[in-house]
Every structure is written in structure tokens, then in C-alpha cells.
Design a protein around this ligand. Structure first.
Ligand code: FAD
Ligand code: UDP
Length: 365
């Protein structure tokens, strides 16, 4: 009998939730992560007493009561509501696309006037069945919003033309005919009070964790430790990239401390024109209504993933999806390896999807 029931590769949300639930079932777990800390992409670094979302801004939102009850049983969440502002060449617009945006752009006052504007622009573009992100965007919100708030931002974010991107990316955003700047439609939303590290401290309490430890540095040794491996790293790397590499988008964060208590008045400001080289500026203190004397901001620059950068966004286009399918076929034949999470499943999961998937994992039933 081996020392552990599970070797969990990755101390991100998937790995940590799995470890927590497995431990509650009396299973013996060891978690390893190649980064020097736990938390995966949710990790927060304290700078000037501000919790800086080091791998990108993270707002928890869900409509699944079980998921919300689970995370709030582990730590307290605040009542932060994400209401980003778009900056297009110095003019500000509310997001997501709602009556405030329509008023700012067209001066329309009623939902009927806004719907009419969109209908006119959709008809002028002649789109009946949207085949790509551009067509989907125009048919949802019209060509003015597409040109001002979507095209530049999306093409910077994904490094591809909107005509080459799947429509599904833009369907993530709500379109509303009410004056409501809440970026999400979900019932519950918030940020852990004191940052995400508190959530991970609870999830991994009592579990052996080795950070700064790469699974691939000594695979036979790590495999020898446990009956089963829960793998949350990139699926193509697990198989030595034998069919080729999956593509990702990565983000470079340029973080600075500013000697002002309030730089932009909002946590998230998107720069939606094509010329500004970054996609957005995050002012971290606003996630927790911080009153510190200084502030910390991060400019986000999006680019194609290379091996020495972090793989953030899977690019679920035709080429990558069919490549991923080949790896998944191999994964399905494994008897002692379980694959889960954004990298191992190569899916654009939000945090609540991850929690939901672990809560309902057959292995933990
Ligand atoms: P990860 O957090 O990536 O964890 C995987 C872990 O595995 C990492 O810590 C990695 O170091 C480790 N690992 C990989 N390979 C190895 C190896 N060989 N050996 C050891 N360890 C290894 N979701 C939301 O709900 N709301 C948001 O606002 C939001 N914002 C986001 C912003 C950005 C910029 C990004 C990229 C994602 C965002 N998400 C958001 C999604 C969220 O980050 C994911 O749903 C979540 O982090 C997935 O958890 P995971 O455990 O699958 O992956
Ligand atoms: N998007 C946009 N303009 C914006 C914000 C978002 O065009 O001001 C598009 C963009 O294509 C992005 C998608 O909407 O990839 C989804 O946005 P979201 O904020 O959900 O992206 P994420 O949180 O994953 O970075």
C-alpha cells in the first residue's frame, strides 16, 4: 500500500478543493505545486497592505447555492459587485452593455429606443445567423458598440481578428435593457474578506503541501507516492506534447505602487481602443474597499503563450479543440490518473465551475 491515496498536482482551486473534500472522506493526500505558493491563479500578494491579485483580477460569482454555501462556509466574502468601466479614447462607458451604456453612446432614454437602435444596426449589417464573434457581437448590441467597446479590446486580448474567434466568447457578457452595471448575472458575488489566500488556508489546512515542486522534475518518484494522481496541469505537457502543443493566451502584468489613495475610482477599467497597448488597468484596493494611503495598479498586456510564460486562457478554436480531443482520448484510458481544471481539461472555466465540478466528482461521491 502506498503512503497516500492521492498525489494532487497543482495547489490551484481545483487541486485544493479536491484535497479538502478527499480529506473529509478520510483519504490521505499530498499536494505539490511548482509555484512557490498555493492558490494557483487566485493567489494574492500583499503590497502596501493591499491584496494584489497577482495572476489577474478574480471575482467570485455563482448562481449555484451549493457552490456558494461551500465557499462561504470556508471564509467570509464581502459584497463587492464588479462594475467595470470602459475607456474608449478618453470617454467612459459603463459595462456590461446596459441602458447606461446605450444612453452614453446614443443619448437614448428608454429601453424601446435602445432596442430599436440595435435592431437598425443589426439589420443594416444583414446578419441572420452569427458565425463568429464579430457577427455575434453586432447582432447582440449593434455595430457602434462593437466598434467602440468590443473590437479593439477583443483583438488585443486574443491576438486574432474578431471574425476568426468563436461567438461563444462574447456571449459571456450580459446585455441588459435596465440601468444595471453589475458585470455578472449571477445571484451571489464577492471577494473573500482578506483575499483569496484565506480560502486556500482553509482548503489546505492539515494537508501536506510541497510548493516549489514540479511534477515533471521526478515523475517516477511522485507517481510512486500515491495510489492515484489528480493532475491539474496542462494536459499536453502530461503526454510530452506528443501530438503537438495546445495554444494559450498569456498576460503580462505591469504592477506599480502609486502615491495616491485612489487612481481610477474603480477596480477594473478596460481600454477598448486598438492603439492602447494594454487591455485593462486593475486597481486592486477597490476589490476590498481599501482605505490605504497608497494604491497598487496593474496594467494587463495580452500576448501569445510561450513556454516560459503562464498559460492563462485556452484558445478553444477548431485546431486546438481537435488537438485537445486527441489528448483526452489518451486521458480516458488512464486508470490511476484523474484530470481536472482549466489546464488539464483545456476549458475556459470560471471559479464556480471548478468548485462545482469538484463537489460533484464521482471519485468523491
Ligand atoms: P490554476 O489556478 O491554473 O491551478 C493549476 C496549478 O497547477 C497552478 O498553481 C500551477 O502552478 C500548478 N501546476 C501546473 N503544472 C504543474 C506541475 N508540472 N507540477 C506542479 N504544479 C503544477 N474566474 C472567475 O470565476 N472570476 C474571475 O474574475 C476570473 N478572472 C480570471 C482572470 C484571469 C487573468 C484568468 C487567467 C482566469 C480568471 N478566472 C476567473 C478563471 C480562474 O482563474 C480559474 O477558473 C481557476 O484558477 C482554475 O483553477 P485550476 O485549479 O484549474 O487552475
Ligand atoms: N470584452 C469586450 N470588451 C470589454 C470586455 C470584454 O469586447 O470591455 C469581450 C472580450 O472578447 C473578452 C470577452 O468579452 O474576451 C469576455 O470578457 P470577460 O470580462 O468575461 O473576460 P475575462 O474575465 O475572461 O478576462
Amino acid at each position: 500500500m502506498k503512503e497516500y491515496d492521492y498525489l494532487i498536482v497543482g495547489a490551484g482551486l481545483y487541486g485544493a478543493c479536491f484535497a479538502y473534500l478527499a480529506r473529509r472522506k478520510g483519504r490521505r493526500c499530498i499536494v505539490i505545486d511548482k509555484r512557490p505558493h498555493c492558490g494557483g491563479n487566485l493567489y494574492c500578494e500583499s503590497i502596501e497592505s493591499i491584496n494584489v491579485h497577482k495572476y489577474g483580477a478574480h471575482i467570485f460569482h455563482t448562481s449555484d447555492r451549493e457552490v456558494w454555501d461551500f465557499v462561504t462556509s470556508l471564509c467570509e466574502f464581502n459584497n463587492y459587485i464588479n462594475s467595470p468601466v470602459a475607456n474608449y479614447k478618453g470617454k467612459l462607458y459603463n459595462l456590461p452593455f446596459n441602458m447606461n451604456t446605450f444612453h452614453e453612446l446614443w443619448g437614448v432614454v428608454t429601453p424601446e429606443q435602445a432596442a430599436e437602435k440595435i435592431r437598425e444596426q443589426r439589420e443594416a449589417a444583414g446578419i441572420t445567423e452569427p458565425k463568429n464573434l464579430e457577427e455575434q457581437a453586432i447582432s447582440l448590441v449593434g455595430s457602434d458598440i462593437y466598434e467602440t467597446l468590443i473590437k479593439g479590446y477583443t483583438e488585443k486580448q486574443w491576438g486574432r481578428k474578431c471574425t476568426e474567434l468563436p461567438a461563444s466568447i462574447i456571449r459571456r457578457l450580459p446585455v441588459r435593457f435596465t440601468f444595471d452595471n453589475n458585470y455578472f448575472n449571477d445571484i451571489w458575488q464577492g471577494i473573500p474578506v482578506g483575499g483569496y489566500n484565506r480560502l486556500f488556508a482553509r482548503l489546505l489546512e492539515g494537508t501536506e503541501v510541497r510548493t516549489g515542486t514540479d511534477y515533471f522534475s521526478d515523475r517516477p518518484y511522485f507517481d510512486s507516492l500515491a495510489e492515484k494522481t489528480v493532475y491539474t496541469g496542462p494536459i499536453d505537457q502530461f503526454y510530452g506534447y506528443r501530438f503537438g502543443k495546445l495554444e494559450y493566451r498569456t498576460v503580462r502584468f505591469e504592477t506599480s505602487v502609486l502615491d495616491t489613495p485612489n487612481y481610477q475610482g474603480v477596480a477594473v477599467m478596460n481600454y477598448t481602443d486598438a492603439e492602447t497597448p494594454f487591455t485593462r488597468i486593475i486597481e486592486h484596493k477597490h476589490f476590498e474597499f481599501g482605505r490605504q494611503d497608497k494604491t497598487v495598479i496593474s496594467r494587463e498586456y495580452s500576448s501569445e503563450w510561450k513556454e516560459d510564460s503562464e498559460p492563462y486562457y485556452p484558445i478553444n478554436d477548431g485546431r486546438n479543440n481537435s488537438l485537445c480531443l486527441k489528448y483526452r482520448e489518451l486521458a480516458d484510458t488512464e486508470t490511476s490518473v484523474l484530470f481536472g481544471g482549466r489546464l488539464a481539461e483545456y476549458r475556459y472555466y470560471d471559479m464556480h465551475h471548478i468548485v462545482e465540478r469538484v463537489l460533484h466528482h464521482p471519485e468523491l461521491a
